[in-house]
Design a protein around this ligand. Structure first.
Ligand SMILES: C[S@@+](CC[C@H](N)C(=O)[O-])C[C@H]1O[C@@H](n2cnc3c(N)ncnc32)[C@H](O)[C@@H]1O
Length: 231
């Protein structure tokens, strides 16, 4: 066979099977559903709750958790919000079910109707309600720019005017070369994804959002925060 010169620069991880990964009893016993969302189970769960409360999330408001995973933040938000006000979507139904069945107390399950949770491959967050606030934490770190644009368009459709959507991302400074390989070697254009701040601004420009960069919010892996407000 003819030898073709092969050059490999981007040795980042390939995308995990976000939608198809199963979380049966054995996996849950090994806490795979916690590791799959990135570990730091207690810290990043509380960090999100504290951040959102500081941003003014009130118990009576309707909240959407985009890429809610195994309810790392959800279990805290269900406590903070009035019953029925937390909603979550994710591409992986099994992961959400693992969180619902194994991470919530009976009292918390009573506050969170199963119908408020959904598995969706295209960010379908139409629950028939308008949301006051939303977050996508550690989600844009795992999806392509096409998906980011789609997500922002879909969430805009279900936010009330003035509602705010907080998103975190792995930021590269604007002087970082487009063909650079980040020092944290696995952050490539494959997975985990990195973006320029302007990439997110551009993706948001297709939908009715105003853009505000918040930056550091205390994330242990230095993910940065952006606030989008529904115009
Ligand atoms: C690092 S985890 C973060 C989960 C959660 N936001 C948290 O902070 O615990 C990333 C989540 O994004 C979900 N995800 C990946 N691709 C997605 C997509 N296209 N649509 C919705 N969720 C997606 C994964 O299933 C996973 O739950």
């Amino acid at each position: 066979m003819t030898h073709i010169e092969t050059r490999v620069e981007a040795t980042g991880k390939d995308e995990p099977d976000y939608a198809g990964r199963k979380f049966g009893a054995g996996a849950v016993a090994r806490q795979s559903h916690r590791r799959f969302v990135g570990g730091h189970w207690e810290r990043i769960g509380r960090l999100q709750r504290d951040f959102l409360v500081q941003q003014g999330l009130e118990p009576g408001q309707r909240f959407l958790d985009v890429g809610c995973g195994s309810l790392r933040a959800g279990r805290h938000l269900v406590e903070h919000l009035e019953p029925g006000n937390y909603h979550g979507i994710d591409v992986n139904a099994d992961l959400v079910a693992a969180g619902y069945d194994h991470e919530l107390t009976d009292e918390q399950r009573e506050r969170l109707p199963v119908a408020n949770l959904r598995s969706t491959d295209r960010f379908d967050a139409d629950f028939g309600v308008e949301f006051d606030m939303a977050i996508a934490q550690s989600v844009f770190t795992h999806i392509s720019l096409n998906h980011v644009r789609l997500c922002l368009a879909r969430v805009a459709q279900v936010m009330r005017s003035g509602g705010r959507f907080f998103i975190t991302f792995n930021e590269q400074p604007e002087d970082f070369p487009v063909d650079g390989i980040p020092e944290r070697g696995h952050y490539t254009e494959r997975n985990v994804f990195w973006y320029y701040r302007e990439d997110i601004r551009w993706a948001a420009s297709f939908s009715p959002w105003s853009f505000r960069y918040l930056g550091d919010w205390g994330h242990p892996r230095d993910q940065r925060m952006i606030e989008l407000t529904r115009t």
